[in-house]
Structures are given as C-alpha cells and as structure tokens.
Design a protein around this ligand. Structure first.
Ligand SMILES: [Zn+2]
Length: 378
C-alpha cells in the first residue's frame, strides 16, 4: 500500500489543484451548501465510491467499510465559507499561489479529503475500523457547527476519534474555544427628537450597556477568555428618538469555568438593566461547547502525537498545539478524542483576498494520506 499511495500522491497533484478550482467556483455559504454538497457526492460516486449520501444537515458522507457495528474514525472538512455570495467569486493562480475566497478555509482541505475518498474507493485497502469521509456543512459563524453535531450524533456510540482538516498546517488544534453568542434588543417608547426630547433612547441605552460590558476584566487564570460586540443597529431616522436597537455580543474561552464567569457578569448586567425599567430581550444565537484543556485522556494524547509525528516528517517543520473554535468542539464536548489540522499554508482567511501556497499542498496531501492509511492494513 505504501508504494501505491506514494505514486498516487505524485500522479494526482494536478488533479487535486483542478478539483480545488472547481470547488472554489461553487458558492457555499453556511446553511446554503446544497450545490457544493451535490457536486461532492456526484464526484465521489464518479470515482467509484459506494454508499455516499447527503444527510439532513447537508453533510456529504462516504462511509468506508463501516458495517453496522464496526467502530469508526471520522475524517471531515467543511464545505461552507464565511461569504454570503451566491455567485462564483472566482479563482486565480499567480506566483505559485492560488487566490480565492475560502480557498484555504476550507476548500483545499475538502479537495484533499475527496481525493483520499477516491483513493479508498479505487484501491480498497483493508481497514482496521470503519472510516467515515465527510465533507460537512455549517462550520462557520452562525452555522453553529450544525454539520459536526449531526455527524457526531450519527456515529456517537461507536466513534473512536475525529480528525477535522481545516485551515493551515501551522499548528494542531487540540482544545476547543467555546463561544456564546447573543442578540440583545432594547425597546423604548421613543418619540420626536424635538417635541419628545428627554424620552429614553434605545440606541443610547444599548450603547451604555455595551460600555458596561466592556468594563469587565477577563479572568487571568491561564485561560484565554474574550468578548466582543460585533454588530449594532437600530433607530428609525435622524429626527426620531430610537424606539429599537440591537447588537450581537459574543463571549469566547478555552476554559469552561472562565467562560461561566463572563456569562455571569453579562447576566448580572442584563438583570440590572431590567430592574431599572429598560425593556431588554436576550436571544442566544450561537452556542459552541468549550473545554478539553488540561483534561487527561490517553487516546487523545496518542492521536495528538500521531498527528505531530506525521506533520513533522512530511512537512519538515516542527509543529505545536493550539486552541480554536472548530468542528472538533463537538467531539471534545463528548470526551471523544479529536484534533483539527490544516493541510495547506496560506493567509488572509475570512477575507476575499485569501490565498494558499500551491506547493504546500504536496505535504498536506501526504499528511492526510498517512493519517487515513494509519487505519488500514499496510
Ligand atoms: Zn474553517
């Protein structure tokens, strides 16, 4: 198998780049991955993959030798991008780089995963457990990890571990940054800016609330804990006292207890506002479980060391560990071993100028192959 995979990697580098280009040209905002999902399913089927299906969350799932009761490992990469565009955003190749919105986060990783699905379908190596190849949905923003949640739920009883291919190769993510996201709305009587001057103004109340939230000092307990007001809107016109205003507020942390401290402060502020007679509505618009840091799990450590070894031997660079908010937040929340690693190098993620180094796909492709074939007889 070793020889076969090495020549597969060599011979299919161009096909991989072609596949990245095709995928980049299919828009896939979170919750609207239908077209990209259809493409992935059809493409896998054309390569001989059997049993591919799209689930209720728009995950494209290729279960390889997964038999009813067999334990499984999941390899996933997300199809969705942060851009709301429903028209193709283009791709260009220049100076050894590929430029396209979402090219590294996460299209190139999806393409490598599909290429490995193709390898399994064509060469049928005997696996030591079931291998689930999944191009999943809804990793970004308010996608709220819907794809990962559905996927982990489907296999939870027999799930050994999860590897998510996401972003760039720099570090191994072995800890979940959790988040709570809220929409906060304030309503007042409002009125005419001149005749009703002095009435309570929803925008001003909301701005005051934002200021109060920013008075909070994040815990200094070894965790990284942050908060942010990311969007604000409201009011009717320049000569109206605003009747309504709302904002999106987010708390993030890699530690459960620290996150709860910020939440407690947030809730206290809201309660004080209500007590003072302000009409405040709070809606939770996102919730990503956090944690894993400092928790000991032998299988987790084994998986981390396996990834580190493979990445370092294929890329020739040392790699370390980091925390982030990724699809692996879900397996982490169940105590299932998981890591997120990237298979390319690039920059400007989440901007329309995003790019990747074409040459970095060679080690990336090989890292994915070594990891997946680790669960096959050699
Ligand atoms: Zn991503």
């Amino acid at each position: 198998m070793k020889k076969i995979i090495e020549s597969y990697l060599q011979e299919n580098h161009d096909m991989l780049i072609q596949l990245i280009k095709e995928l980049c040209n299919i828009p896939a905002p979170s919750h609207k991955e239908e077209k990209r999902a259809e493409f992935c399913k059809k493409w896998l089927e054309e390569q001989g993959a059997e049993g591919v299906f799209i689930d209720e969350a728009l995950n494209v799932i290729y279960p390889y030798e997964c038999g009813e009761e067999r334990p499984v490992v999941i390899f996933m990469a997300h199809m969705d991008t942060v851009f709301p565009d429903l028209e193709p955003m283009g791709i260009k190749e220049e100076d050894g780089k590929l430029f396209s919105p979402g090219v590294g986060d996460d299209t190139a990783n999806v393409a490598i995963l599909l290429m490995m699905g193709r390898f399994l379908a064509a060469n049928r190596p005997k696996s030591t457990c079931g291998i689930v190849i999944c191009a999943n949905s809804c990793e970004e923003g308010l996608g709220n990890l819907k794809g990962s949640k559905a996927l982990v739920k489907r296999y939870k009883e027999r799930l050994l571990q999860v590897v998510s291919f996401d972003g760039y190769t720099n570090e191994i993510c072995n800890c979940a940054v959790g988040s709570m996201r809220y929409r906060i709305e304030i309503k007042t009587k409002g009125g005419h800016s001149y005749f009703d001057f002095g009435n309570e103004n929803a925008i001003v109340s909301l701005a005051e609330l934002a200021e109060r939230l920013y008075e909070y000092q994040v815990p200094e307990d070894g965790s990284k804990t942050t908060y942010n007001v990311g969007m604000i809107q409201g009011g009717t016109s320049v000569n109206s006292i605003a009747q309504q205003a709302e904002m999106l507020y987010e708390i993030r942390s890699d530690n459960r207890a620290s996150m709860q401290q910020v939440q407690a402060y947030f809730e206290k502020m809201i309660e004080e506002y209500r007590q003072s007679g302000v009409q405040v509505a709070v809606e939770v618009v996102g919730e990503r479980p956090c944690g894993n840091k400092g928790e000991d799990n032998i299988d987790q450590k084994k998986l981390e060391q396996l990834c580190k070894k493979i990445i370092e031997s294929r890329s020739g660079r040392e790699t370390g560990f980091t925390s982030a908010s990724t699809d692996c937040n879900i397996p982490f929340s169940y105590g299932i071993p998981a890591v997120t690693i990237g298979l390319c190098l690039g920059g400007s993620a989440h901007t329309k100028q995003e790019w990747i180094f074409i040459d970095s796909l060679r080690p990336g492709f090989a890292i994915a192959a070594d990891l997946i074939l680790n669960y096959c007889e050699q």
